[in-house]
Ligand binder design. Sequence first.
Ligand SMILES: CC(C)(COP(=O)(O)OP(=O)(O)OC[C@H]1O[C@@H](n2cnc3c(N)ncnc32)[C@H](O)[C@@H]1OP(=O)(O)O)[C@@H](O)C(=O)NCCC(=O)NCCS
Length: 195
Amino acid sequence: MSARPTAPSPTHADGVTIRTQRPGERPEVREVITRSFGTAVVADLAEALQDAPAGAAGLSFVAERGGRLVGHVQLSRSWVDAPKRLVEVLVLSPLGVVPECQRQGVGSRLVEHALREAIRVGAPLVFLEGSPRYYSRFGFETASRRGFTAPSARIPDAAFQVVTLPRHEPWMTGALVYAEQFWALDCVGLRDPNA
Ligand SMILES: CC(C)(COP(=O)(O)OP(=O)(O)OC[C@H]1O[C@@H](n2cnc3c(N)ncnc32)[C@H](O)[C@@H]1OP(=O)(O)O)[C@@H](O)C(=O)NCCC(=O)NCCS
């Protein structure tokens, strides 16, 4: 299945504007991410990805309501190790909406905006780790069923998801290779605290 992000879905996210994160907004975005996830490490990941030399600067988006940031989503570059060559792809991570604004369509608006931007910049594929129940509505499907290999055995098969975009070609398959920052901050898959 391909993404169908052309038309914004009807949501209750009234008064919410989705736009590119501005350079001075790091503290507010850090607060949004930390409050959404309940931990600061995800904010550290978002900033590390923004600072990466080959980073996807400008692919970080915020949801603003009444002059306040209430959500954030980020796309960053990783690769698929295809037989022919490495293919630049995008990873959608993190996505967060502050607790008091969840279940109002803000997350959906952010994902839809991110996918439109991914198409605009010519990305062939967007990967993520997350709930299939949530992300399937945007066209994401189990990546292993499309022939992709997860970058870690600690990612549950159902959580490893991909959406194919118009620039995708059939030869672009193989293992997803995460950018270094995901490893440096240990933000890949699930750890077993009892192992
Ligand atoms: C996940 C998250 C971004 C969704 O944002 P949101 O603005 O609440 O989402 P929307 O209002 O667009 O969509 C709400 C729908 O998502 C579902 N949903 C929300 N979080 C979900 C989750 N973790 N797993 C599965 N479904 C989820 C709701 O049940 C609801 O479903 P419905 O439309 O069938 O009733 C938000 O809940 C959040 O920030 N969670 C904490 C951080 C997190 O887990 N981020 C995702 C990491 S992959």
